[in-house]
Design a protein around this ligand. Structure first.
Ligand SMILES: [Zn+2]
Length: 317
């Protein structure tokens, strides 16, 4: 049995698992991330999780794979910037793990490893070429081309969330630009759009009875499913914007599918159906007949399983 450890470092929680070559999780742990306590404390918490997983593992592991947010120098093992973490600049991530455990340790961006999880064990098993995108606090992406993750020369390929959707300004994005897909369709962007609609439009809506802090992509989806017209209209608008990003991707790379994960993807066809329509309207034949916009299958475990597949020898491509 081939085994590896995968760790997914998120802004709110750290997940870790011993994963076998069939993608089974033989032990899985989830702990809150001490994000405000600085990189040393966060890295120590990750190492404690690795130690615990090694103790529970049914056999020796091939190595450790880490999925982390932000920009990085993957080869050097340096996390350059991670916007969700206090004081996180040019952090040497890999050295402390190598010194403590004496095992191969590799890392990559958390959404890129999510793409690997879906590729080997999720919705991506059916396709040779696809985009995996995770819609949550931000919008990340991972390009799988011919069953390989394409990273580009700087490890930055797949930043789907920063495709421009509004040419004439639009809301400010975390990257500094305006009008990016992420600034229109991420969880916080959807919340902002809902609050703006409640302020600017006069239609009745069940959302008006909620305190402002409870307006979110999740409550917007619940309202739309319960028949709320304003909520349904907002999902049409949000999905249409998402579809513009999908059309851009299909025009460039002509993939077999776009696989959509992350918390916002739980809105399902409220988001995906208007996105399919908007994408098809902007594509030419024959690719317009091949738009497959499908939900991810591994949920929030895609990254932890995918991180384990970074370890050489766990899966054979
Ligand atoms: Zn951006």
């Amino acid at each position: 049995m081939r085994l590896a450890i995968g760790i997914d470092l998120g802004g709110t929680s750290i997940a870790g698992a011993v994963v076998d070559s069939a993608g089974r999780k033989l032990a899985i742990l989830r702990r809150p991330t001490p994000a405000s306590e600085g990189p040393t404390v966060v890295l120590a918490a990750m190492q404690e999780m690795v130690a615990e997983l090694l103790a529970r593992s049914p056999g020796p592991v091939l190595g450790i794979g880490l999925g982390i947010t932000g920009t990085m120098d993957r080869e050097a093992g340096i996390s350059i910037i991670s916007p969700n973490f206090e004081g996180w600049r040019n952090v040497d991530v890999l050295t402390p793990f190598r010194q403590r455990f004496g095992l191969p340790v590799v890392m990559d961006n958390d959404v890129r490893v999510g793409a690997l999880g879906e590729l080997h064990f999720g919705a991506g098993r059916r396709y040779r070429s696809f985009l995996f995108t995770a819609i949550g606090t931000g919008i990340g992406g991972g390009i799988v081309f011919d069953r390989q993750l394409y990273r580009g020369p700087y490890g930055t390929a797949g930043e789907f969330g920063h495709i421009p959707i509004r040419a004439d300004g639009g809301p400010r994005c975390g990257c500094g630009a305006t009008g990016c897909l992420e600034a229109l369709c991420s969880g916080p962007a959807i919340r902002r759009r809902a609050l703006e609609a409640l302020a600017d439009r006069s239609e009745p809506s069940v959302l008006r009875s909620l305190p402002a802090e409870e307006v979110s992509a999740r409550t917007l989806a619940e309202a739309a499913r319960a028949g709320d017209r304003l909520a349904q209209q907002l999902w049409e608008e949000i999905g249409a914007d998402f579809g513009l990003g999908v059309a851009a991707y299909y025009n460039l790379l002509g993939p077999e599918a776009v696989i959509v994960g992350g918390g916002v993807s739980l809105a399902g066809d409220l988001l995906l159906e208007p996105a399919r329509r908007a994408a098809r309207e902007r594509l030419m034949s024959p690719i317009r007949d091949h738009v497959e916009l499908v939900p991810a299958e591994l949920g929030d475990e895609a990254a932890v399983v995918g991180a384990a597949t970074l370890v050489e020898g766990l899966v054979v491509a």
